[in-house]
Design a protein around this ligand. Structure first.
Ligand SMILES: [Zn+2]
Ligand SMILES: [Zn+2]
Ligand SMILES: [Zn+2]
Length: 300
């Protein structure tokens, strides 16, 4: 099992001085500031969320807080910086609940409504940094984002307080984003190409129904795999629980957490049935793991 622990971090400790770079494209004037990466689950629910409107099943009425699931989103914290993964409709509630006060960049897995519709809430993050927030996505997701949030693609100065300010960037290759080496992992969500993301030993893959052959090697040797497991029944655009477990058995991460869950997967009952090393994620869960490639420009 992994040495990764669930715990909150204090302020990042700095470990300045290293300027050597084995990461060719990285700013040479950089320092390794924190060898810990923290993943925060802002939301772990499917597109309807849990509880679902109009449903009174046992899970939707459950008193277990782990059965209350906002739409899927997460944050990566390292070196004093924060990368948001997706902007779910509950972004404001999730960010307040998890203490996410600032962000430096946003990675979008894809352009479906449950993953983008909270983008207007980033106005508070714009005001915190007094700057535009860089966003990264594949081509179909960028097209959707521009259709829905075209008004947000403007400088901070002309938008302050009233409109979100972003700049949209195509992510096709590994890139240094907010000090982290981010590897995009092409995946299929039904017929739609979507992205998973790998950072060091962590991979985050939601809304997946197929891993294309060239992407399997990108998911080898993981410390932690976050993977969709929609429900027990099959679905054309998402791994169900059995497919998720089969994928985990093939990839053999040290630890796996399942996300994008419907009300068909009650937390306590499902968690008790999972194999060793596989767990259900839940909203507000924080995971820490070591990372080697966390660099920030000197002066930040
Ligand atoms: Zn989704
Ligand atoms: Zn229900
Ligand atoms: Zn989707």
């Amino acid at each position: 099992m992994s040495k990764a622990k669930n715990e909150k971090t204090g302020p990042p400790s700095t470990n300045a001085g290293d300027t050597a770079s084995s990461l060719g494209s990285v700013n040479r004037k950089s320092k390794i500031v924190n060898r810990k990466l923290e993943l925060v689950f802002l939301g772990t629910g499917t597109s309807h969320g849990v509880p679902m409107i109009g449903c009174h099943c046992g899970v939707c009425r459950s008193a277990d807080p782990r059965d209350r699931r906002n739409r899927c989103s997460a944050a990566l914290l390292a070196g004093g910086r924060t990368i948001l993964i997706d902007t779910s409709p509950e972004l404001r509630l999730s960010a307040v609940a998890c203490g996410i006060d600032r962000i430096d960049a946003i990675l979008f897995t894809h352009g479906h409504a449950d993953h983008i519709m909270g983008l207007d809430d980033i106005r508070r993050f714009n005001d915190a940094c007094r700057c535009s927030i860089p966003c990264y996505a594949n081509a179909p997701a960028l097209q959707r984002l521009r259709e829905v949030f075209g008004y947000a693609e403007q400088p901070y100065e002309s938008a302050a307080g009233y409109r979100p300010s972003v700049n949209f960037n195509l992510l096709e290759h590994p890139a240094t984003i907010a000090g982290l080496e981010v590897q995009p992992v092409p995946l299929l969500h039904g017929k739609e190409p979507v992205l998973g993301f790998r950072v060091g030993g962590l991979a985050y893959c939601t809304d997946v129904s197929e891993i294309p052959k060239p992407s399997w090697p990108l998911l080898e040797g993981l410390e932690l795999l976050v993977l969709v497991a929609l429900r027990p029944a099959p679905h054309p655009a998402h791994f169900n629980l059995q497919q998720a477990l089969e994928t985990i058995a093939r990839l053999k991460p040290r630890r796996a957490l399942l996300t994008h869950l419907t009300h068909d997967l009650g937390h306590a009952q499902t968690a008790a049935s999972l194999p060793q090393g596989v767990e259900l994620a839940y909203d507000t869960l924080r995971i820490q793991l070591p990372i080697a490639n966390c660099r920030l420009p000197i002066g930040r």
